[in-house]
Design a protein around this ligand. Structure first.
Ligand code: ADP
Length: 185
């Protein structure tokens, strides 16, 4: 599904984040920045040891990366030149600021991208795997954050890379709901 927002293309597709040819891809990282399962494991496997080396240096100088924040490294052997390691919230039921932290993870990654002059970026569905954030709710937060990002016009393409047909359907439906809700206002 291709969506046009001003001069920016928002693409929702099924795929593997490690294979994307955008300038940056986003990792669903954890606070340790030391790798993990899911997207994180796949990115470090596909990108090679250079990415972990850079993460270790960041850890040594700046410490852990709290939920909602992100750091940037090179892309190692990936097609993408950069990896933005964003830490989403763990879902504890919804009363631990999870929504706000998920929004920050997307917002801060977009901000990092425009500050680096990056024009094309791919995201996975942050927090909806091991971190158990309900995907319908996450999809709405994600797409609303992208749609209303103040500097969106500086990005040519934002790609949401979903790992299953079902996840892709959830994101497509979330987009339709957002459009309906915002058009009623
Ligand atoms: P988190 O710990 O933030 O929940 P995960 O990596 O466990 O992150 O999962 C986030 C989402 O990414 C899940 O929906 C999962 O199915 C999906 N996913 C896993 N591997 C990949 C991949 N290679 N490319 C894109 N999405 C992936």
């Amino acid at each position: 599904m291709n969506i046009t927002i001003g001069n920016t293309k928002l693409v929702l597709l099924k795929g593997d984040i490690t294979q994307q040819d955008t300038e940056a891809i986003v990792n669903a990282a954890n606070s340790s920045l030391m790798g993990g399962g899911g997207v994180d494991g796949a990115i470090h496997r596909a990108g090679g040891p250079q990415i972990l080396e850079e993460c270790k240096q960041i850890r040594a100088t700046s410490g852990k990366c709290p939920p909602g924040q992100c750091v940037i490294t090179g892309g190692g052997n990936l097609k993408a030149r950069y990896v933005i390691h964003a830490v989403g919230p763990i879902w504890y039921g919804g009363n631990k600021n999870e929504d706000q932290l998920l929004q920050s993870a997307y917002y801060n990654s977009l901000q990092m991208a425009v500050e680096k002059g990056i024009k094309t970026i791919s995201f996975p569905s942050i927090s909806t795997g091991a971190y158990r954030f309900p995907i319908e709710r996450a999809a709405k937060i994600c797409l609303t954050t992208i749609k209303h990002f103040p500097r969106l016009g500086e990005l040519k393409e934002v790609r949401m890379v979903l790992f299953s047909d079902r996840d892709l359907e959830v994101y497509k439906n979330a987009w339709k709901e957002i459009e309906l809700e915002e058009n009623e206002k």
